[in-house]
Design a protein around this ligand. Structure first.
Ligand code: NDP
Length: 621
């Protein structure tokens, strides 16, 4: 891969100076540095560098440490109206929204032993939601609940999902500890047959696939990974029997253990302070540093909570979604690390307008956004210098990319952890990752680090190909697999339904409006899907299928809107956001599979579609 270090032209420099006379850094030098750091990490194997948790690696994902072993039940044979695959927030919200419409002959099928999805499985120490809890936790107004803090820890979120389960009587309609093995459209019955690992034969008129976006963990394909003789687990199946303690700490069984953690994404940032506190020795293997902003958590102010007017949660969610998208508002209700850059851009545009009386054009807006990004990232890099004592370690912990190239993180203990004498950061960026794993430990930069335990904080199948992300097949009309239909990229209308797959709906992050506040998106999608299912019945039909041309048009529309997305993503450091540096290949980068005008615009579009009242794009029979 060549490195583009072309210097800025004189006229560009003049323009920069005119717009930003007080800049205390050289934007071109930063662009060059970002490009260099990106190129250093690019690998030829892209998403193939990861191994699926299947076959010999299946135990990393399938074992459920949170239930008593030996659960058994008789197979179920039944006909229902709606089957919902997944009992995380998206599946629960789908069930709740259907029930609100009076549709009750529904079932949820869930692999875990309780509700919660992500928050059922991810119980690692320190697990916390990075999104403002007043935006993130669904149905707060309906259930008259107020989170304890601005950022909730996982037990509170898990408890909230259980609350939804009870309030909407979802426990009565859910099959837990049941994994779907196949969905098959039965042409004669006009129903889906849902096969499971419990030999069930459930036939449903409609299926809502709400299997989650980060539900399949992945492992790095590091040479020798199978041969390690010590203990190992993935962060989403934290082994408290081995470490001792619980979510809040107390990992006392690590007192005599040498521990390696591979990966420094949003999960590791939260877990590392606990490992550093309790392990005899901790090695943190880092390929790309995360940006680590201020957490600044605080308890909910009861007076503020009392002052909220009805409809506050939607208003807050919409305000947050717009601001994160770069659409300025007079008031930034969430006002945190996610919305900082937009605030910086807004202020800089306002200052310029005041000084010159002129509004910015698109090119200027983009430049201002880039400069605001540099300023924000400089601030985060300074935070590293201010916190970490050892200068080499501090240097290695600095992120060199635009903030939203990678999932930003927020933590007030992570950086401090590297000042502990028992914690070492091992920078593996030059070798594009860990070299290999031996029987005794981890080899990086030619040195073997002997350890008792390896913890994989290596993430999930989020943007890999659909077949890797979903561990069961979906066979539509004529037995065609959804994965074949999507072999050259996702094909949907609104990201929610696909031609050839009648009465099948999916809740997710592709080809629809995206927000980092995923539960809000899922709720909006759930409400929309429940409207369609309800309408099909009310109109006396049994089958609703998206027409091919409606699907073609939507796919083309999504592509048309990607004008800026591709170049932004290509310049980013590799990761799952940009399909490991190749945004246009494989499963599809996050930014290229979305409705770029944003979640609020997407919701407005769906509302217009519903108000039209003719289920445009569907064929009903
Ligand atoms: P990520 O995919 O974000 O991180 C995986 C890490 O593993 C990266 O640091 C990656 O490095 C590293 N890695 C992979 N292969 C190797 C290798 N061969 N050698 C060394 N390092 C390697 O996973 P996470 O579990 O951290 O986060 C996944 C997502 O879950 C987040 O992005 C977020 O969306 C969600 N999450 C949300 C939270 C919340 O607050 N709501 C909290 C935690 C997670 P590299 O970056 O170089 O690829």
């Amino acid at each position: 891969m060549t490195t583009d270090t072309s210097a800025a032209t004189t006229s560009e420099r003049e323009r920069l100076h005119n717009l930003f006379p007080d800049l205390d850094f050289d934007p071109q030098a930063l662009r060059d540095k970002y490009r260099h750091e990106r190129d250093k990490r690019l690998r030829t194997d892209g998403e193939d560098q990861y191994i699926e948790m299947a076959e010999e690696f299946a135990h990393y994902a399938e074992e459920d440490p949170y239930v008593e072993p030996g659960f058994a039940r008789d197979p179920i044979n039944e006909e229902i109206d709606v089957a919902i695959v997944g009992g995380g927030f998206s599946g629960m919200l789908a069930a709740a929204r259907l029930k609100e419409r009076g549709l009750t002959n529904i079932r949820i099928i869930e692999a875990g032993g309780d509700f919660g999805g992500t928050w059922y499985w991810n119980r690692y120490p320190g697990a916390q939601c990075d999104i403002d809890s007043y935006c993130y936790l669904p149905l707060l107004e309906e259930l008259k609940v107020m989170p304890k803090e601005k950022y909730s820890f996982s037990p509170e979120i898990f408890e909230h999902s259980q609350r939804i389960g009870h309030e909407f009587s979802l426990y009565d309609i859910t099959y837990f500890q049941t994994r779907v093995k196949e969905l098959r459209w039965l042409e004669d019955d006009k129903r889906w047959r849902i096969s499971t690992n419990r030999d069930d034969n459930i036939r449903a008129r409609f299926v809502i696939q709400a299997a989650g976006v980060a539900s399949r963990p992945k492992l790095p394909g590091i040479q020798g990974i199978k041969g390690f003789k010590g203990h190992s687990f993935h962060t989403c199946r934290w082994d408290y029997d081995y470490t001792g303690g619980d979510h809040s700490g107390g990992l006392t069984k690590l007192a005599d253990k040498r521990v390696a953690i591979i990966g420094t994404g949003a999960t590791a940032i939260q877990a590392v302070p606990f490992l550093g506190e309790y392990a005899k020795q901790l090695y943190v293997f880092q390929r790309t540093p995360s940006s680590v902003g201020l957490r600044g958590n605080k308890p909910t102010d009861p007076d503020w909570a009392k002052s909220l007017e009805p409809g506050w949660q939607r208003r807050r969610r919409e305000n947050f979604a717009d601001i994160v998208m770069g659409i300025p508002h007079e008031e930034d209700l969430v006002a945190d690390g996610w919305t900082d850059i937009t605030r910086l851009v807004g202020t800089s545009i306002a200052r310029q307008a005041e000084a010159t009386g002129q509004t910015a054009d698109l090119a200027e807006m983009m430049l201002r956004a880039e400069i605001a990004d540099f300023q924000k990232m400089n601030e985060l890099r300074k935070r590293v210098d201010d916190t970490v004592d050892d200068s080499d370690t501090a240097e290695a912990l600095k992120p060199w990319y635009r903030m939203f190239c990678k999932r930003p993180t927020f933590n007030d203990e992570y950086l401090e952890t590297f000042n502990r004498p028992n914690v070492d950061l091992i920078d593996v960026s030059a070798a594009k990752g860990v070299d290999r794993i031996t029987e005794k430990g981890v080899v990086a930069n030619g040195t073997e680090y002997e350890v008792d335990c390896i913890i994989y904080a290596t993430g999930f199948e989020i943007t890999t190909s659909p077949k890797r992300r979903v561990d069961f097949d979906i066979l539509g009309r004529g037995g065609t697999s959804l994965f074949e239909h999507w072999a050259n990229g996702n094909r949907t209308l609104h990201g929610l339904y696909s031609h050839g797959f009648p009465n099948w709906f999916t809740i997710g992050i592709n080809q629809n409006g995206l927000s980092p506040n995923m539960t809000a998106m899922f709720d909006d999608q759930a409400a929309h899907i429940s409207y369609i299912i309800d309408e099909v019945g009310k109109r006396g039909h049994t089958v609703a299928e998206v027409k091919k041309d409606a699907e073609d048009d939507w796919v083309a529309e999504i592509k048309r809107l990607q004008v800026f997305g591709t170049s932004f993503q290509e310049a980013c450091t590799p990761g799952y956001y940009n399909n490991e540096g190749r945004p246009n290949s494989g499963g599809g980068a996050l930014g290229l599979e979305i409705y770029t005008p944003g979640i609020n615009a997407f919701n407005a579009l769906l509302k217009t579609w519903r108000d039209q009242g003719d289920l445009e794009g569907f064929e009903l029979s």
